[in-house]
Design a protein around this ligand. Structure first.
Ligand code: GLC
Length: 502
């Protein structure tokens, strides 16, 4: 069987605002990404996913799109985008772009027309509102000057489209064609389970499971992805789509990943699992049993960085666990999504000053929740402030970087074999070497308490989540470990890849 490129791909998420700034305005841009393509190639990823770079008032960092067929001047031009796609392809990297079909920006011409009373049926306007809450906090309805209310599951500046209107379908098929014609290899679909709302917009009851929610996961959404799949399949090359689908069960997730729907969906159960061998094993088993093409993800631009999530009172635990989790993730069948900066071991920045924060979550929660800015702090490329090589010259980045970023910079870690960056690079290189020889399936081996051992053909992966060192499973060679082995034992909070020849 021919294996499609995306099945085992390692995809690197680029939060464009925070990756690299070429223009010198303190905000990352497409030319900045282009300049760093050699770095991504050197790191050894297979594809990049670019977060939205479309014209936007930036009420939600660009997830409020005002024009789906352009590039915001903050991020560059369409020519910069075309140069980036061409450059990525020359470097052997596929390009996935983010598509935001649940809502537009309030500045989108359709919504502006709707406010004037034209084409309101493209959005969800009602004379009264229901009890739905915005994901970012507060009611999901905002009143317009003429008295009607419109629905926004996120910020008030992000009105939800009415997917029961066929014009919305036609528009998005056309938008997909626009980017497919410009050579993109795939789409990441924002809020993929949100497009349809239950008929009649009933109040949210006391249901605690998303599968019975009137807000999320309505069955009609699957026909949208069937249409999109037909379009993707009609293009040459293996164009793909990955859904941002938050669900309560792997069965529900699998409904999106079907031969006539999406190719992949993010597996957030993996990211949500606590540091526990039982929890990890359960997610792995459930995923492999139900989802035909598995994906794994530990961090993205919406969650606390996993180094910080795994931190305990014992300093150093977070990074040790983050490295071990990466090794386990890269040993699993399927595709892995990395988030920029995790290869540097960046922690969540928890002490951003209130005046620097930009995430609507912070404001809509009346400043009671920190929001997601802490995982979006610009990448440190070099040791020196003010921007650690993020912006040229003496420009300050759009979010302040903590002083600890100097030690974590690419410049500091490159060439240091013990660094997290070099560890990621080695893991990705070994994974590439093994790709041909390991089957898609996984077999569990007996393991001591607190540990997990599994094997895939010649590769065995062992992780120790427990408090005591454990004996390694049988092997012929040690390929890579997330930290030093001690007298041939696997210490706590560490993982190892082993080769066995028989
Ligand atoms: C997705 C994005 C997130 C954004 C939200 C609304 O969850 O990943 O960053 O705020 O959708 O578009």
């Amino acid at each position: 069987m021919d294996i499609p490129w995306w099945r085992d791909a390692v995809v690197y998420e680029i939060y464009v605002r925070s990756f690299a700034d070429a223009s010198g305005d303190g905000v990352g841009d497409l030319a900045g990404v282009w300049e760093r393509l050699p770095y991504l190639r050197w790191l050894g990823v297979d594809a990049i996913w670019l977060t939205p770079f479309y014209p936007s008032p930036m009420a939600d960092g660009g997830y409020d799109v005002a024009d789906y067929r352009g590039v915001d001047p903050l991020f560059g031009t369409l020519a910069d985008f075309e140069a980036l796609v061409a450059g990525a392809h020359e470097h052997g990297l596929k390009v996935i772009v983010d598509i935001v079909p649940n809502h537009s920006s309030a500045a989108h011409p359709w919504f502006q027309a709707a406010l004037r009373g034209e084409g309101r049926d493209r959005y969800i306007f009602r004379d009264t509102f229901n009890n739905w809450q915005s994901t970012f906090g507060g009611p999901a309805w905002t009143q317009t000057p003429d008295g009607q209310y419109y629905l926004h599951l996120f910020a008030p500046d992000q009105p939800d489209f009415n997917w029961r209107n066929p014009e919305v379908h036609r528009e998005f098929l056309d938008i997909l064609r626009f980017w497919l014609d410009r050579g993109v290899d795939g789409f990441r679909i924002d809020v993929a389970m949100g497009l349809y709302k239950a008929e009649g917009l009933p109040n949210v009851g006391d249901q605690s499971f998303m599968s019975v929610s009137p807000v999320w996961g309505q069955p009609e959404v699957h026909d949208v992805y069937r249409d999109w799949r037909r379009l993707l399949d009609a293009y040459p090359g293996e164009r793909m789509a990955v859904g941002e689908v938050w669900t309560d069960s792997p069965e529900d997730l699998a409904r999106y990943v079907r031969p006539d729907e999406l190719h992949q969906s993010f597996n957030f159960a993996w990211l949500e699992a606590p540091w526990s061998p039982t929890a990890f094993r359960e997610v792995i088993d459930d995923t492999l049993a139900t989802v035909p093409f598995a994906t794994w993800v530990l961090s993205n631009h919406d969650v606390v960085r996993h180094r910080t999530r795994y931190e305990t009172a014992d300093p150093g635990t977070g990074l040790a666990r983050a490295r071990a989790a990466l090794l386990m993730m890269l040993a699993l069948p399927g595709s892995a999504y990395l988030y920029q900066g995790e290869e540097l071991g960046l922690p969540e920045v928890t002490d951003l000053p209130a005046e620097a924060r930009q995430d609507p979550v912070f404001f809509q929660s009346q400043r009671t929740l920190p929001g997601r800015d802490g995982c979006r702090v610009p990448i440190p490329w070099t040791v020196d402030p003010p921007s650690h090589g993020f912006s040229p010259g003496g420009v300050e980045p759009w979010l302040p970087q903590p002083a600890t970023f100097a030690e974590l910079s690419v410049e500091k870690q490159e060439g240091d074999t013990d660094s997290t960056l070099e560890f990621y690079r080695q893991a990705l290189a070994r994974r590439r070497d093994l790709a041909e020889s390991i089957p898609y399936t996984l077999e569990w081996l007996d393991s001591p308490e607190g540990a997990l051992f599994f094997t895939r053909g010649p590769l065995t992966c062992a992780i120790n989540c427990g408090p005591r060192p454990v004996e390694l499973p049988a092997h012929d060679a040690v390929l890579l470990s997330s930290g030093p082995l001690k007298r041939g034992l696997l210490p706590p909070d560490a993982a190892v890849w082993l080769r066995h020849d028989s």
